[in-house]
Design a protein around this ligand. Structure first.
Ligand code: PRP
Length: 216
């Protein structure tokens, strides 16, 4: 995916297949607000033929950055190398941690390989956003999969692909604590916020996205 028009086209295809806006956000790796905006844009009349070659983001569009890491995600060997680098970022937190928690969906496969790298057990957390369609997401809750390890009384790492607003990572930290676990550190491929910690838990990333522009 190269530009915003590609994203709009993909959002239109996914909406036509009946996916919810939450699911479209999942698929396109953007925030729910951006997914809603892309779907709305896809319903508008086509641009005139003489539009500029380079697509522009219209006024009023949400501020977001799409991170396309499919060149890594489609190849298990590349994923293994990336997981090794992510695991290395966590290494300073000691060898006593024996649990890695992946945030579904995209964080699941990454966490699986990080867990293998660090020789820990594996747990997965599905955040509330996956149930979201319309309305107040605060009314929904996330879940830990019973197919994987339990959380209670265990120190753990948290793994995801990206941090955009930090909402999902915050929710996961809180859910782990509510379930009796103790998150020691988080790691993501790309952090669009450039955060050093969330809820008192250190955050590591291979890439930090730093916006430079108007207002800086
Ligand atoms: O910091 P936040 O604003 O919460 O955004 C980050 C989250 O968004 C992405 O998930 P997405 O909704 O695309 O779902 P997926 O992981 O299932 O692809 C990403 O995988 C994080 O979980």
């Amino acid at each position: 995916m190269k530009n915003v028009d590609d994203l709009i086209e993909s959002a239109a295809e996914l909406a036509a297949r009946g996916l919810s806006k939450g699911e479209i956000a999942d698929e396109l790796n953007v925030s729910r607000e951006t997914a809603s905006w892309l779907v709305e844009r896809s319903g508008t009349t086509p641009e005139p033929q003489d539009r500029p070659a380079e697509p522009t983001v219209p006024a009023g569009s949400p501020q977001d950055i799409h991170v396309d890491w499919s060149a890594i995600g489609r190849d298990s060997k590349r994923m293994r190398y990336i997981a090794a680098a992510m695991g290395d970022l966590l290494a300073k937190h000691g060898e006593d941690v024996d649990l890695t928690v992946g945030i579904e969906k995209a964080g699941g496969p990454v966490a699986t390989l990080v867990a293998r790298e660090l020789e820990t057990d594996l747990a997965t957390y599905t955040p509330a956003k996956h149930q979201w369609e319309e309305g107040d997401i605060e009314d929904l809750g996330g879940t830990f999969s019973r197919n994987f390890a339990g959380i209670r009384d265990r120190e753990c790492y948290i793994v995801d692909d990206t941090i955009t607003s930090g909402t999902t990572m915050r929710e996961t930290i809180e859910a782990i604590r509510a379930d009796g676990g103790e998150p020691l550190a988080c790691v993501v491929l790309a952090d669009k916020q450039g955060v050093e910690e969330l809820e008192g838990v250190p955050v590591y990333s291979l890439l930090q996205v730093i916006s430079v522009g108007k207002g800086d």
